[in-house]
Design a protein around this ligand. Structure first.
Ligand SMILES: [Zn+2]
Ligand SMILES: [Zn+2]
Length: 132
């Protein structure tokens, strides 16, 4: 199964992301900051963003960095996941999204129809792997 030719760089710390298979999905995980890049949302993120509001740009302290999309190089937009306040950085070009480790952990606690696939994948991924 060929997923991608070249490794992607983490938008937060610029280390190379490592593709991980989680069930039927593949996410790219940063070995350094544990951030997760997801680019198979399709309509889910669009639906999410329609109901969401913009996050403050000054969120570097949350480990989101200020990086660009690892695929297109476009600056990532900060979005909040609906009313949860969980910040996600999203590319307006390819709809890929970067989720920090803290945000991913927060998302696993959300019960919602939106992003159900992502939440399921994150739960599966973080569940056995949360040991420090
Ligand atoms: Zn990183
Ligand atoms: Zn992009």
């Amino acid at each position: 199964m060929t997923y991608r030719e070249a490794a992607l760089a983490c938008p937060s710390c610029a280390d190379l992301l490592e593709p991980k298979e989680v069930g039927e999905s593949i996410i790219d995980v940063c070995p350094t900051c544990a951030g997760i890049w997801v680019d198979w949302f399709d309509g889910e993120l669009d639906a999410m963003v329609k109901g969401g509001k913009s996050a403050p740009r000054d969120d570097a302290r949350e480990g989101l960095g200020a990086g660009a999309c690892p695929r297109c190089g476009r600056a990532l937009d900060a979005e909040l996941y609906l009313d949860s306040g969980v910040p996600i950085r999203r590319c307006g070009e390819c709809s890929g999204a970067f989720v920090s480790h803290a945000a991913a952990t927060a998302l696993t606690k959300i019960e919602s129809g939106l992003l159900a696939r992502l939440v399921a994948v994150l739960r599966r991924f973080l569940g056995p792997a949360t040991a420090p």
